[in-house]
Design a protein around this ligand. Structure first.
Ligand SMILES: C[S@@+](CC[C@H](N)C(=O)[O-])C[C@H]1O[C@@H](n2cnc3c(N)ncnc32)[C@H](O)[C@@H]1O
Length: 243
């Protein structure tokens, strides 16, 4: 089963995320895994973090729910890189274990179904060898409610333009994104309507999911940095170790 929200975004995803500081995120990850670690990227998208890790000598594999995102990843990674399609919000084990599992750029927030986070952590428990690490980031309630919530964004990036409307529901802890995407092609802009939902997870929910699946907390910080989490934190980075 595929993740449909990303099928059309795949075409413009790398342009859209060009301002993400993947290099410094990778620096943070590199400092927390062994130099020869075999790394699995869950929700790897177009493989940007995988490419960086490969360029730094790591062995990497990737899994994502979107065939279109994986297609982009496959075309830019080293030949023979293991990639597979899997909906990680549903039960399913990985084919082998790794030294580290990463899940970057808000992907955890997409596990909106009530059993989605449990499915992701169950997958993580099967993917990480004992003593190995699970590193992920996750948007905070402050970001979903105050930054994304009830706002409009738009930009024209030449090859594509977008209008992005958000609604945050505090009871559901979910933000709905309605994205109108206009992609240039054949002398016209073609319109796509895309609906995304992200969910906020309180610390106790994440800690319970980690403990239930055999992970202990190493650290939580502000967005791949040495800063502690504070009231202004927009994205947290979590580091867990597998018992
Ligand atoms: C914001 S993108 C992040 C991609 C990549 N990690 C990065 O840093 O650019 C979120 C990714 O999560 C994937 N995704 C969302 N829900 C998923 C699910 N249930 N199972 C597998 N992949 C999922 C999407 O297909 C998309 O590639």
């Amino acid at each position: 089963m595929t993740v449909p929200e990303y099928e059309e975004l795949a075409e413009v995803y790398d342009r859209w995320t060009a301002s993400n500081d993947y290099e410094s995120w990778c620096d943070y990850i590199q400092r927390r895994i062994p130099p020869s670690a075999q790394v699995l990227d869950a929700c790897c998208g177009t493989g940007t973090m995988m490419r960086l890790l490969q360029s730094r000598g790591f062995s990497v594999a990737g899994v994502d729910g979107s065939a279109a995102m994986l297609g982009r990843a496959a075309s830019s990674l080293e030949p023979g890189t293991l990639l597979w399609q899997q909906d990680l919000s549903r039960p399913g084990a990985p084919p082998t274990t790794f030294d580290a599992l990463i899940c970057c750029f808000d992907s955890v927030n997409y596990f909106v179904a009530d059993d989605g986070l449990d499915a992701l952590f169950s997958f993580a428990a099967g993917a990480v060898r004992p003593g190995g690490r699970f590193l992920f980031d996750v948007n905070t309630e402050h970001k979903l409610a105050e930054i994304f919530g009830n706002s409009h964004y738009g930009d024209d990036l030449g090859q594509f333009a977008y209008v992005w409307r958000n609604r945050y529901d505090p009871d559901q802890r979910r933000v709905q994104f309605l994205i109108s995407l206009f992609i240039e092609g054949d002398g016209a802009y073609h319109r796509h309507e895309i609906h995304h939902v992200q969910r906020w997870f309180p610390h106790d929910t994440l800690l319970s999911a980690a403990a239930a699946h055999g992970f202990d907390l190493v650290e939580v910080c502000d967005d791949y940095s040495d800063r502690p989490v504070g009231i202004g934190t927009l994205r947290e980075t979590w580091v867990l170790t597998r018992r």
